[in-house]
Design a protein around this ligand. Structure first.
Ligand SMILES: Nc1nc2c(ncn2[C@@H]2O[C@H](COP(=O)(O)OP(=O)(O)OP(=O)(O)O)[C@@H](O)[C@H]2O)c(=O)[nH]1
Length: 248
C-alpha cells in the first residue's frame, strides 16, 4: 500500500543549498522540521514501519517502494515539530558490497537522522547494518548523524535468523539507539524509535537557533500604533466636532 497524503518522491527533492531547499527548513506553520530517512534491505518492513508510525495501522501488503516522502507532527518536550519521513527502495547487495544509487545518497544527504532497519528473519539484512551505518556517516562526514537501528518482525521468532540481542550489541558498538519491534503487532515500540530520534535531532538544534525564531528577528513586525497618540488624535477630532456643532 502507498500512502498518498503529503507525499512526494525522492526524485522531487530540492537539492541541498537550492532556494527550494530553503523552503524545506520549515514545516507547516513555521515549525522546526526534522527529516528522517528509513533505509535497509528489501522486504525488511520499511514501508510497513513508516505507515505504522504515520497511521498507527498495519496493512500487511505494501506496494514495492518507490521512495515516498510523508509528513506528520510530533510533540517533543512540549514543542510541536514537523517531521518528514522518507521511505526508500530496498538496498541491493552486490559481491563488492553495498550498492547505493544516487537517489538513495541524495536521500541520506537530505536527512537529519536515519532509521536503519533489518529483519530478524533475514540474516543478510542484519549483515548490511555495519556497512550502511558507515556509508551514512561518510555521506555526512564531519557531523555525527543520529541513527537508530530497528530490528523488525519480532513476532516471527520461530523463523528468526538473527538473535535480536546481536542487533543490540551492534547498535551499541556503532553508538546508535536500538529498538526491537514488531510493526505488525506493536505500535508503541515503532513510535518510540522515531520519537527518540526526533529528540536527538531536536537536542542538536537548540530552540534558540530555530528558523521560527530567526525569522521573527529577521523580519521586524511593523510597530503597533502608539495608544497615547491615538487617544490624543481621537480627543482632537471629538473636540473639533463639538466646536462645529456649537458654532452652528
Ligand atoms: N510478520 C510480520 N510481517 C511484517 C512485519 N513488518 C512488515 N512485514 C511484512 O513484510 C513484507 C515486506 O514489508 P515492506 O514494508 O514492503 O518491506 P520494505 O522494506 O518496504 O520492502 P521494499 O519496498 O522491497 O524495500 C510485507 O509483506 C509486510 O506485511 C512485521 O513486523 N511482522
Amino acid at each position: 500500500m502507498r500512502l498518498i497524503q503529503n507525499m512526494c518522491t525522492i526524485a522531487e527533492y530540492p537539492t541541498p543549498g537550492s532556494a527550494a531547499a530553503a523552503d524545506y527548513c520549515l514545516g507547516a506553520a513555521g515549525r522546526r522540521l526534522v527529516k528522517i530517512a528509513v533505509v535497509g534491505a528489501s522486504g525488511v518492513g520499511k514501508t510497513a514501519l513508516v505507515v505504522r508510525f504515520l497511521t498507527k495501522r498495519f496493512i500487511g501488503d505494501y506496494e514495492r517502494n518507490a521512495g515516498n516522502l510523508y509528513t506528520r507532527q510530533v510533540q517533543i518536550e512540549g514543542e510541536t515539530l514537523a517531521i518528514q519521513v522518507q521511505d526508500t527502495p530496498g538496498i541491493q547487495v552486490h559481491e563488492n558490497g553495498l550498492s547505493c544509487n544516487e537517489q538513495l545518497n541524495r536521500c541520506i544527504r537530505w536527512a537529519d537522522a536515519v532509521v536503519i532497519v533489518f529483519s530478524i528473519t533475514d540474516r543478510k539484512s542484519y549483515e548490511l547494518i555495519g556497512q550502511l551505518h558507515q556509508h551514512v556517516q561518510q555521506v555526512h562526514l564531519g557531523t555525527r548523524l543520529p541513527v537508530v537501528v530497528v530490528a523488525n518482525k519480532a513476532d516471527l521468532l520461530h523463523i528468526k535468523q538473527v538473535d535480536p540481542q546481536l542487533g543490540l550489541q551492534l547498535a551499541s558498538m556503532l553508538g546508535c539507539s536500538f529498538y526491537e519491534v514488531s510493526v505488525s503487532e506493536n505500535y508503541n515500540d515503532v513510535y518510540n524509535a522515531f520519537h527518540v530520534l526526533c529528540k536527538e535531532v531536536s537536542h542538536k538544534q537548540p530552540p534558540s537557533s530555530t528558523p521560527e525564531k530567526r525569522r521573527t528577528s529577521l523580519i521586524p513586525r511593523p510597530k503597533s500604533p502608539n495608544m497615547q497618540d491615538l487617544k490624543r488624535r481621537f480627543k482632537q477630532a471629538l473636540s473639533a466636532k463639538v466646536r462645529t456643532v456649537t458654532s452652528v
